[in-house]
Ligand binder design. Sequence first.
Ligand code: GDP
Length: 203
Amino acid sequence: MSLFNEASFYISVNRLKDLPMHNGAEIAFAGRSNAGKSSVINTLTRHNKLAFVSKTPGRTQHINFFQLRSDLFLVDLPGYGYAKVPAEIRNHWKSLLSEYLQTREILLGLVLIMDVRHPLKDLDLQMLNWFSITRKSIHIMLTKADKLSRHQANSTLNEVKDFLALHYPTVSVQLFSSTKAVGLEEANRIIKGWVDNDTALLD
Ligand code: GDP
């Protein structure tokens, strides 16, 4: 059974000191605004509106927690890189994201969502830098693959793989499409692997 089938909203927080205390592990999802993160979460969980698919990118300033099992949470981090956001809010996000990623002990891994047409932008690289320090798992989902031909999508996938092999050899990457539900099995398999390998989790 998929890890994501029973997802339900748990809590939404705007400050690190409000992060929930629970006995489970967390899997975080991050990405540039409009990259398709909410759609990925909705597709994985088979919920149309679990993560709100924003019509105005950059609105979501909160960290949203969804419960997957009694001991497992999906964490939807605020989208980054939206140009129209005032510097003050951008800085708030930056410290919220970097601190959460670097200091949250119960965080198992990070799923980084990128639009396959614009992968590995500066802020994506910053996320990779921040999080790779922890030596925890990272998986990149190149989404909206349906917007490119199969050939174009595969050549982007190979370029990203080449980059990762050089700079972040433990990071995995896949193609995904929320509209066409492409790559669901692969995403499930990889994230389930993290959970299965975590000895602190019981089942
Ligand atoms: P977020 O800001 O990263 O949460 O991005 P959203 O999930 O809100 O998606 C941004 C826009 O891209 C919306 O108009 C979505 O309908 C569209 N979108 C998201 N995923 C896909 C996809 O896989 N294929 C296509 N064609 N459009 C997508």
